[in-house]
Write a protein that binds this ligand. Structure first.
Ligand code: NAP
Length: 511
C-alpha cells in the first residue's frame, strides 16, 4: 500500500505512458510521472460513460457507503499522503493533516447529505383530469445526475480541492463518474488519493470507470478532457488565465457544457470609521495573520484594505506593519506561482502613486510579505491595482471619505468575498455598502477575515466573474452538488418507469 508508481489510474488499471514528466518538489528529488495524452483521456471518459449506466442509477445509500469508504481509505494512507504532500508543496505537516480531515469530512458530509434526500428537490403536480378549460397531466420533477464530470484540482489544496476533494465528492454524490486531470504541483498526492479511491471502488463493487486520474504534464491533457464529447460539465479551481482558456474551449464545443471555474479574487475589506477608531490594533494584526496564512496562497486572501485616510488609518497600518515580519520566508507551492507573485509585486510597486510600506525581498520559491499603500483616487484610476496577486501581498487603499469608499466598492469586479469591519456607529455606512457588496461577492462577512471557508449547507464559494465563471454555483458546501444535477420533468410516466427516488415517496413531495 502507498507506493508511488508514477502511473495514471484509468478505469481500475494503472497505466504508464510513453513519456514522463518530472515533479517539482520543494524538497527532495523529483519523481517521474506519466504524461497524460488525449488517448488516455478518451479511455478514461469512455469508461466513465459506461460506468454511468450503473452508477447513475445506484441508490443514494450505495453512494453514501462508497463516499465513506473513500474517506476511510484516505485516512488509512494519511501518513504517506502527508509525507509526499509536504515535500511536493512546501506546505507544513500540520496543514496537510488538517486538510486531510477536511477532505474526509467533506466526503462524509456528502454521504449524509444525499441520504437525507432534500437535494433531489422532488416536486409533484397531481393530475387534474376535470380541470377546465384544460385538464392537467400528472407532473413530477426530480434532479438527475448529468453524466461524466471533469475535475481540475487546485494547486493550493492538494487534498480538499483536488483528486477526491470537493468537486469530486459532489459529483460522485450526485451519481456522476469523475475523470480528474492531476495537478502538476502535486502528482504524488494525486496518485496516493487515487489509490484510495481505487481501493474503495473494489471494496464497494462499483464500476471501475466511475473514477480515473490522468496525470498532466502538457496542456493538451486538460484541453482534450474539456473538449471530450462525453464530458458533461467541468469543475475547475485555478488561475483566471487557465480557467478562462478552458471555459472558452467549453463554450466553443459543438455541445457547449457548463464550466464551473473558481478563479481569482482580491477579497477587499472595508474598514468603517468607528471600528477603525475603536480597534485599529486588532484589525491590523488580524489582517496580517490572514494575509500571510499559507504564504498568502488562499483564494480568499484579503489583498486589499479600504480605509478612510487620517490618524486612525495610520494606527491600523502601523499595527499591520508591525505584525508583518518582512523576513518571514515561506515556501510557495510551485516555481511558477512564486514567479507570478514577484511579477505581481513588481506591477503593484511600479504603478504610479503606490508607496511601499514594508521593505522585503524574496527569491526562488520563497515568499515574504509585502505591504503597499495608495490613495482611493489612484486606485480608481488604475485597474491593475484591483487584480489578484496570489501571495502575501497587501494593499491599503486610503480613501478621502465614505463617498470615495462607496466608489471603490462600486468599481470592484466580481469577488469570492467582501468584508466589512464595523461597529454600531458604522451601521448607516454599512447599510449603504451592503447592496453594493452583495452584488459583487458570493460571501459578505462582518468583523472577521475571509480565509477559512466553512464546509456547510449555507456556504457559497463563488461569485460574479472573474471570481467564478458561474455565479449561480458554489464549489464549497453541500449546495455544490447542484452543479452536477439537472432537473427532469416526468409527465404522465407510469410509476414503474420513474427513477427509484420518485417512486412511492409521495409524502416528501412539496406539491
Ligand atoms: P492554473 O495555472 O490555472 O492551473 C490549474 C489547472 O489548470 C492545472 O491543472 C493546469 O495544468 C491547468 N491549466 C491551466 N491553464 C491551462 C490551459 N491553458 N490549458 C489546459 N490546462 C490548463 O492555476 P494554479 O497555478 O494551479 O493556481 C493558482 C491560481 O489559482 C491563483 O490565481 C489562485 O487565485 C487560483 N485559485 C483560486 C481558488 C478559488 O477557489 N477561486 C482556489 C485556489 C486557487 P498544469 O497542472 O499542467 O499546470
Amino acid at each position: 500500500m502507498s507506493t508511488l508508481t508514477g502511473k495514471h489510474l484509468i478505469a481500475g488499471n494503472w497505466v504508464s505512458g510513453d513519456t514522463e514528466f518530472p515533479s517539482s518538489p520543494s524538497r527532495g528529488e523529483p519523481l517521474k510521472y506519466a504524461v497524460g495524452t488525449p488517448a488516455h483521456i478518451d479511455a478514461a471518459v469512455t469508461a466513465a460513460e459506461e460506468a454511468f449506466l450503473s452508477y447513475g442509477y445506484s441508490t443514494r445509500a450505495e453512494r453514501a457507503v462508497f463516499l465513506t469508504a473513500i474517506a476511510d481509505e484516505i485516512e488509512a494512507r494519511g501518513e504517506a499522503i502527508t509525507e509526499i504532500g509536504t515535500a511536493e508543496t512546501g506546505l507544513p505537516e500540520a496543514r496537510l493533516n488538517g486538510e486531510r480531515g477536511r477532505t474526509t469530512g467533506q466526503l462524509r458530509l456528502f454521504a449524509s447529505h444525499i441520504e437525507d434526500g432534500d437535494y433531489l428537490d422532488r416536486r409533484h403536480d397531481e393530475a387534474l383530469p376535470d380541470r377546465q378549460p384544460l385538464p392537467r397531466p400528472d407532473l413530477r420533477m426530480i434532479q438527475r445526475p448529468i453524466g461524466p464530470v471533469a475535475v481540475f484540482g487546485a494547486s493550493n489544496f492538494p487534498l480538499a480541492f483536488s483528486t477526491a476533494g470537493g468537486d469530486t465528492a459532489a459529483a460522485l454524490a450526485a451519481g456522476c463518474p469523475v475523470v480528474v486531470k492531476g495537478h502538476s504541483a502535486h502528482p504524488g498526492v494525486g496518485e496516493l488519493v487515487a489509490q484510495a479511491v481505487d481501493a474503495a471502488i473494489k471494496t464497494c463493487g462499483v464500476h471501475p470507470g466511475v473514477f480515473s486520474l490522468v496525470q498532466g504534464g502538457t496542456r493538451e491533457t486538460g484541453q482534450a478532457l474539456v473538449t471530450h464529447p462525453l464530458i458533461k460539465a467541468v469543475g475547475f479551481t485555478g488561475s483566471l488565465a487557465g480557467g478562462r482558456a478552458l471555459f472558452d474551449l467549453c463554450a466553443s464545443r459543438e455541445e457547449p457544457i457548463p464550466f464551473f471555474g473558481e478563479l481569482g479574487s482580491v477579497n477587499p475589506m472595508f474598514l468603517l470609521p468607528e471600528a477603525v477608531k475603536n480597534r485599529p490594533d486588532d484589525m491590523g494584526k488580524g489582517w496580517a495573520g490572514s494575509l500571510t496564512m499559507g504564504a498568502g496562497q488562499f483564494c480568499t486572501n484579503p489583498g486589499i484594505a479600504v480605509v478612510i485616510d487620517g490618524p486612525e488609518a495610520d494606527a491600523f497600518v502601523d499595527a499591520a506593519k508591525a505584525a508583518l515580519d518582512p523576513s518571514q520566508t515561506q515556501t510557495m507551492l510551485t516555481d511558477g506561482i512564486a514567479e507570478a507573485y514577484r511579477a505581481g509585486r513588481d506591477q503593484v510597486a511600479g504603478t504610479s502613486g503606490v508607496q511601499e510600506l514594508l521593505t522585503s525581498t524574496c527569491d526562488l520559491r520563497n515568499a515574504t510579505p509585502y505591504l503597499f499603500s495608495t490613495s482611493g483616487s489612484n486606485w480608481l484610476a488604475n485597474e491593475v491595482l484591483g487584480e489578484e496577486v496570489f501571495g502575501p501581498l497587501g494593499l491599503v487603499v486610503r480613501v478621502s471619505g465614505f463617498e470615495e469608499m462607496l466608489s471603490v466598492a462600486q468599481s470592484l469586479k466580481g469577488q469570492l468575498t467582501c468584508t466589512l469591519h464595523l461597529d454600531e456607529g458604522d451601521f448607516e455606512h454599512g447599510r449603504k455598502l451592503m447592496p453594493v457588496l452583495e452584488r459583487k461577492a458570493g460571501r459578505v462577512l462582518a468583523n472577521a477575515f475571509p480565509t477559512g471557508v466553512e464546509v456547510s449547507d449555507t456556504m457559497v464559494h463563488g461569485g460574479p466573474y472573474p471570481a467564478s465563471t458561474n455565479f449561480g454555483a458554489t464549489s464549497v458546501g453541500t449546495m455544490s452538488i447542484r452543479r452536477f444535477l439537472r432537473p427532469v420533468c416526468y409527465q404522465g410516466i407510469p410509476v414503474d418507469l420513474l427513477p427509484e427516488d420518485l417512486k412511492g415517496n409521495d409524502q416528501v413531495f412539496l406539491g
